[in-house]
Design a protein around this ligand. Structure first.
Ligand SMILES: Cc1ncc(COP(=O)(O)O)c(C=O)c1O
Length: 394
């Protein structure tokens, strides 16, 4: 069980930690899951890679998630241990044969993604030519309106995906197509364009599909002006219905970020202030790598334990992580009260996605304390910072 506090500040006051502290708000994860399930015209999986903390997975399950997108045998085991009756989808297009075999025979996984003929042979061999497979061919997407471009690594164009789809149809009980538009995609129309590529693949291959998985990519609402999940669900439903060749297929999605970002904040301590530079006890090699990747979109507030305040007008700061590596910097600019000082704790909100999941032990720094809190974390920069802060995130 996690220790529970009314507020993140109370967690700090109870025992000021000597390392960053992760504050979980389980009700937020459950609410995001329930809202997505309600809005999406198909089944909603959760992409376990985004944050595999078991408390978070359980909160998502409490919100109704029963389908899990897993990308490694370790994630397969984690999800299966926690949810014996759930459905697992092994959506990494390139897998070790032993991982496929264990997933199929020991954990009941029947759905596998691929984007190459060699992978098809691998899946068939590893499963002893199982007759009950669903094979999902990954279609490549060009870079889109996503802040994190995932277009360069996996997938085939419709022309090259169609022979793979035909080959899968001959060998598998069910076939489907999948894609990923890139993470933190702020444009619902990116999914409509992706569904066009899917429809083209079906057309070229003359192979009807049983399932279409529109992937993840749905944005967390860091700034507050990103379209809500429901707007994406509506656009996907509309685009799907406009392609006669896709009718009859089951729709799926596999969000990560949009489901878990709001439910967690990270508390990091200012170890030293040098002008506009704040040296923190967390950084790029810890839980804050997205502060470098996405920039100053994260909402924040400051807790001072040894006196009143801070009370200053907001000013801009740069962050420096705890390791000796000069990559461990986050230029921001981050808006905080101008009198923030050494010993203050910065609470970075909306940090449930790709934070603790990406942390390393580099330089001996590794935060691993999680607590449950009931208060509302910092929500979006539009809610707490001046207008320039929102503009700086553009
Ligand atoms: C195959 C796949 N599905 C889903 C996700 C989750 O994406 P997001 O967190 O952007 O929703 C990812 C992220 O990398 C992925 O690779």
């Amino acid at each position: 069980m996690l220790r529970r506090f009314d507020t993140a500040r109370e967690a700090l006051e109870a025992a000021p930690p000597d390392a960053p502290l992760y504050c979980l708000r389980p009700h937020e994860f459950s609410a995001a899951a329930a809202a997505a399930i309600d809005a999406f015209p198909g089944d909603v999986m959760y992409a376990v890679k985004c944050n595999e903390n078991p408390y978070i997975l359980s909160a998502l399950a409490a919100g109704g998630i029963t389908h899990w997108d897993v990308a490694s045998i370790a994630e397969v085991r984690t999800a299966r241990d926690l949810f014996p009756d759930s459905r697992l989808y092994f959506m990494h297009p390139v897998k070790h044969p032993g991982a496929i075999r264990e997933a199929y025979f020991d954990h009941g996984v029947r759905v596998f993604a691929l984007d190459h003929m060699e992978e098809l042979d691998k899946i068939l061999t590893a499963t002893d030519n199982a007759g009950d497979l669903t094979l999902m061919v990954r279609v490549a997407m060009g870079s889109s309106a996503a802040l994190v471009d995932l277009s360069g690594k996996f997938g085939q164009s419709p022309r090259f995906a169609s022979p793979i789809l035909r080959a899968c149809r001959k060998r598998a009980a069910r076939v489907g197509l999948t894609f990923h538009v890139g993470s933190q995609c702020i444009s619902p129309s990116a999914y409509a364009r992706a569904l066009e590529a899917v429809a083209k693949t079906v057309d070229l291959s003359k192979t009807p599909v049983d399932a279409i998985d529109v992937g993840g990519g749905f944005p967390a609402r860091y700034r507050g002006d990103e379209p809500p999940f429901a707007a994406f669900a509506e656009e996907i439903g509309r685009a799907f219905a406009s392609h006669p060749g896709l009718q009859g297929a089951r729709l799926l999605c596999e969000p990560g970020r949009a489901l878990v970002a709001p439910g967690m904040s990270v508390l990091t301590r200012v170890e030293l202030r040098r002008g506009d530079r704040l040296y923190l006890n967390d950084g790029v090699y810890g839980g804050l790598s997205e502060l470098k990747l996405l920039g100053p979109v994260f909402p924040m507030r400051v807790h001072r334990l040894d006196g009143p305040g801070p009370v200053g007008e907001e000013a801009v700061f740069k962050f420096y992580g705890p390791t000796c590596d000069s990559i461990d910097t986050m230029p921001g600019p981050f808006w905080l009260p101008s009198d923030v000082r050494t010993g203050d704790w910065i609470e970075v909100g909306m940090m449930g996605a790709y934070s603790n999941a990406l942390r390393t032990r580099f330089n001996g720094f590794f935060a691993d304390r999680f607590v449950e809190v009931d208060d509302q974390g910092p929500v979006s920069i539009a809610d707490h910072a001046p207008a320039e802060a929102a503009a700086a995130g553009e």
